[in-house]
Design a protein around this ligand. Sequence first.
Ligand code: UDP
Length: 460
Amino acid sequence: MEKEGTSQNHTHIIVFPFPIQGHINPILQFAKRLISKGIQVTLLTTNSTIKSMQPNFSTSIKIDIISEPDPFLPPSAAAIDVYIDHFKAALPSSLTTVIEKNHSLGNCTKLLVYDSVMPWCLGTARELGLEGAPFITLSCTFTTIFNHVFEGKLKVPLQEPTVLLPGTGIPRLGLHDMPSFISNPTLYASLLKILVEQVSNFQQLKWIFCNSFDKLEEEVVNWITSQWPFKNVGPTIPSMYLDKRMNNDKDYGLSLFQPNSESCMKWLDSKEIGSVIYISFGSLATLVEEQMEEIALALKKSNYYFLWVVRESEINKLPQNFVQDTATKGLLVNWCPQLEVLNHKGVACFMTHCGWNSTLEALSLGVPMVAMPQWTDQPTNAKFIVDVWKVGIRARIDHEKGIVTREEIEMCIREVMEGERGNEMRRISLKWKKLAKEAVDDNGSSDKNIEKFVAQLISS
Ligand code: UDP
């Protein structure tokens, strides 16, 4: 069995995620696996990230600070350029400080694992004598699509109503299956540029880490590993949820928001097995008021128990009296311990925005989904959830109204909760749960990738 924090030879690395929930968490989970294999790790992040981390860290990961933009802006998609410009200027001195600190402790800093949305980190790392390796917090499929844009093999705006990328294993994608940056390139121009650039230096890399697992995107993985030194190391879910014993897992189910853990879990405990719908749209997506109303009314009409995460910034979009009217059926929280919720026997269905972390978490914990993608990679994840992994149903937008109607949502809920297709999804979900666990277990595909990398790093 692995022992946390066993230092083999003072090999030290720095991990540097973009400071948003969906990026910090998987990179930290990866760091934790490295620590369990004897590598020392420093997380480089901002002061506000550290202040909002729930729970506070108490284990063997070290933390160091990189400054945040002044005037301060919360990190978000809209502020990404501001952060990136600031980090570009601040990174050399922050890295130097961490390297020197570790040198004085007798550690040898060898590598910077950086968030793939900041590919310029490679140059900074190498100038300071470190190797650099990106960590991709999205799927292999998403990366493959953006590589095709980078190489000019996929033109944006799209020339055809559907796209096939031959040889990659990605099924034919319609406009609504495409990442939003491609289906709607003018709305997200700066993000499109960042995502295309992330593949720009792949040819120069020794390792590229991705939060996926080989069996999940098998054909795409075959293609991508034939191009670059791509290593799937996921799903980076705390091992306590995947039955693999490691110490101090609890410390790493990191959240930047305060979860209403006790009330959620107590409420769930009082419900029957397989009786609850869990709804969350992640940490960033904002829904229009009309959409919130349709969801609310569909939940009310379906008459199932529901646990709905509505972030504080979204709460005033709910219909009047909704909370009072559904008090016996539903629980609304600002944030919940999602992994614990998905792992709870009461939960039978996850209505999700299909963020990559949420998608992996539902797959790994065997929960069928109602897919309601909003933007970025979510439409592509939804396509895979429904047509490739067959563990969900997609709630289709009414194009006249520009939202998903209450009738459509209710139909999807019923399909998962009571339909024949729902039973089939539940059966298939168990297969993915098993494969996810196998990938991270000893000698699983992701575990072997990590082992091999650690051996190479230590001997370098
Ligand atoms: N999450 C959570 N509690 C919530 C909602 C979300 O802990 O109430 C976590 C979820 O488990 C996932 C992350 O927040 O790890 C969201 O990441 P994802 O990629 O799904 O979506 P994003 O927030 O990046 O859009």
